[in-house]
Design a protein around this ligand. Structure first.
Ligand code: DQA
Length: 148
C-alpha cells in the first residue's frame, strides 16, 4: 500500500510566524505556510495532519496519538531542537521516517543553535530555506516513502 500519511509538527513560538522576528523567520504566517504545504501535497493525494504547540508534552502526545496513522513526520521543533531529549525519544520510539526542518540557517546563528539533539534520529535536517524548508522537508519524506 502506498504510504501517504504525513504529520507536520510545529514547535514553540511558531504560532507567531509573520510577526515574530520577520528578518530571521520571514513574513509568512503559520496558516500561510500550512496552506502552501497542503497545496504541495494535494496533487499527490498525500494527507497531512498539521499541529502546533508551545508545550513539549503536548507535542509528544500528538506524536504518540498519531503513530499508527502516520507514515512519516516533518517537524520544526523550534528551540526544543537544541535540548529536548524527550522529543528525540518520542521520534525514535515511533520509528517513523522524520525530517527536521528550520526556517533559518542554524549554522549561521548563535552557537547554541548549532546543536540539534533531534537530528540524529531524523533521516535529514533541512535549514535556511525560509518557509520552503517545510516544502523541501515534505518532499524529502514523500520521496523516502516512495509517494513522489
Ligand atoms: C527555528 C530555529 C530555532 O533555533 C528557534 O528556536 C526557532 C525556530 C527555525 O525554524 O529556524 O523557534 O527552529
Amino acid at each position: 500500500m502506498t504510504k501517504r500519511h504525513i504529520l507536520v509538527i510545529h514547535g514553540p513560538n511558531l504560532n507567531l510566524l509573520g510577526e515574530r522576528e520577520p528578518r530571521i523567520y520571514g513574513r509568512l504566517t503559520l496558516a500561510q505556510i500550512n496552506g502552501e504545504l497542503r497545496k504541495f501535497a494535494r496533487p499527490t493525494k498525500t494527507r497531512l495532519r498539521i499541529f502546533q504547540s508551545n508545550c513539549e508534552g503536548t507535542l509528544i502526545d500528538f506524536i504518540h496519538e498519531n503513530r499508527k496513522w502516520a507514515d512519516g513526520i516533518v517537524i520544526n521543533p523550534g528551540a526544543y531542537t537544541h535540548y529536548s531529549y524527550a522529543i528525540r525519544d518520542a521520534i525514535s520510539s515511533v520509528d517513523l521516517p522524520t525530517v527536521e526542518v528550520h526556517l533559518s540557517d542554524l549554522t549561521k546563528r548563535e552557537k547554541f543553535r548549532r546543536i540539534s539533539v533531534i537530528a540524529p534520529v531524523c533521516i535529514r535536517q533541512i535549514s535556511g530555506l525560509g518557509w520552503k524548508s517545510y516544502i523541501k522537508g515534505l518532499e524529502t519524506v514523500m520521496t523516502h516513502l516512495g509517494s513522489l
